[in-house]
Design a protein. Structure first.
Length: 161
């Protein structure tokens, strides 16, 4: 599952604008297969994910304040800031720590006025990577991990680990 697909399914299942969420999703040119070489089928999959996000009513573009992959705000549930990784040529361990570093550095000093999250495809390989994160760190920054599949999103945090 490519990063654009993870973003689309995450928003659909967890932050759907039809349920009063205001959502920004950043899709960079490489995610949309603009430039570079990409696996067969990626362009179509990512175009479909982009169209799905538009149909949901998502704002496509970077959140200028936080510069994260997904920012979602709800009047009752607050602000969620999420970095997303999908299948790519990048090693999963490197991608995990890259996403973690990005979410921490892009959101500034605690206390945060937002819930921080990371989202990955729901595969055994990604689950193994997520399990490497120290529980104390997850608890300290109240991090939520979203494991995304076609039909559901598993939410993993200090209460479910």
């Amino acid at each position: 599952m490519y990063e654009a697909e993870v973003k689309s399914l995450l928003v659909k299942n967890c932050f759907n604008p039809s349920k009063n969420w205001e959502v920004n999703v950043h899709l960079d040119p490489m995610e949309l297969c603009r430039g570079g070489t990409h696996p067969q089928g990626k362009r179509e999959a990512c175009s479909k994910a982009l169209e799905h996000l538009k149909e949901l009513g998502v704002n496509i573009g970077i959140d200028r304040m936080y510069k994260v992959d997904v920012s979602a705000k709800h009047p009752d549930q607050g602000l969620f800031l999420i970095e997303v990784k999908g299948e790519s040529s990048e090693q999963k361990e490197v991608a995990l720590y890259s996403a973690l570093g990005q979410i921490i550095t892009k959101t500034g000093e605690p206390p945060w006025n937002a819930t921080l999250g990371l989202a990955f495809p729901n595969t055994i390989e990604w689950e193994r990577q997520v399990e490497k994160l120290p529980i104390w760190l997850i608890e300290h920054i109240s991090l939520i991990i979203y494991l995304v599949s076609e039909d559901k999103v598993l939410v993993w945090n200090k209460k479910t680990s």
